[in-house]
Design a binder for this molecule. Structure first.
Ligand code: C5P
Length: 223
């Protein structure tokens, strides 16, 4: 299936399955997938490496200004995030980066740069994007907007499995605490908070596997 310039946004809390669903959906529709969380993560990785104080908004904004975050296309068509040219697709998934990304996400000037970059990337190509503010702020005129949710227990369970598969030892109770904290920060920040767009379609992925969730999303998409 191939379609002309097309935007589909997926927003929702961590662990709801957005990125896996987005990747699969993009594949089915033969369009690209833009992982916007990877951009906030990449900047955070750089700040951590350089030991820049993450709660210093001025320093973080200055760092963002001289940082090039982009995506490079892999042979299988997927996009890997690059940080000043370095492929950091794996490094940005660490728990340390995950738990520190809220600083970049709540800094207004950083968000403005990320939003501009996301719009520029998606200007000439069809994309499925996933994030927190995609349907509300970045692509308010998207062709389809989805809000992917799942109950906390299942989200924790999924993340736990993912991290275990990646070889990271994590305590499920701690993970649950981290995730609740991250949810709270995502919902309550002043700029670009996680919010369902008024015209977004809510998909509850609790109890559904990736295929079933993608199938459910696909029932709404007319090509
Ligand atoms: O989606 P992912 O879990 O990789 O995102 C990492 C963090 O980046 C989120 O917890 C959120 O705070 C932030 N984020 C954001 N806006 C986006 C995507 C991610 O603030 N569009």
């Amino acid at each position: 299936m191939s379609i002309k310039h097309f935007m589909i946004t997926l927003d929702g809390p961590a662990g709801a399955g957005k990125s896996t669903v987005a990747r699969n959906l993009a594949k089915r529709l033969s369009i690209s997938y833009l992982d916007t969380g990877a951009m906030y993560r990449a900047l955070t990785l750089k700040a951590l490496r350089l030991k820049i104080k993450l709660d210093d908004e001025k320093a973080l904004t200055g760092l963002a200004r001289k940082t090039v975050i982009d995506f490079k296309e892999m042979p299988d068509g997927s996009l890997h995030v690059t940080l000043d040219g370095e492929d950091v697709a794996e490094a940005i998934r660490s728990i340390e980066v995950t738990n520190h990304t809220f600083h970049a996400a709540r800094t207004a000037a950083v968000r403005a740069m990320m939003v501009n970059a996301q719009r520029a990337i998606a200007r000439h190509r069809s994309f499925v994007t996933d994030g927190r503010d995609q349907g509300t702020v970045v692509f308010p005129k998207a062709d389809y907007k989805f809000y992917i949710d799942a109950d906390l227990r299942e989200r924790v369970h999924r993340r736990h499995r993912e991290l275990k598969e990646a070889g990271e030892a994590v305590d499920a109770a701690q993970l649950k605490k981290d995730m609740q904290e991250r949810d709270h920060k995502d919902f309550s920040r002043v700029v670009g908070p996680l919010k369902k767009a008024e015209d977004a379609i809510v998909i509850d992925s609790t109890g559904l596997n990736v295929q079933q969730t993608v199938d459910k999303v696909m029932t709404y998409i007319k090509t």
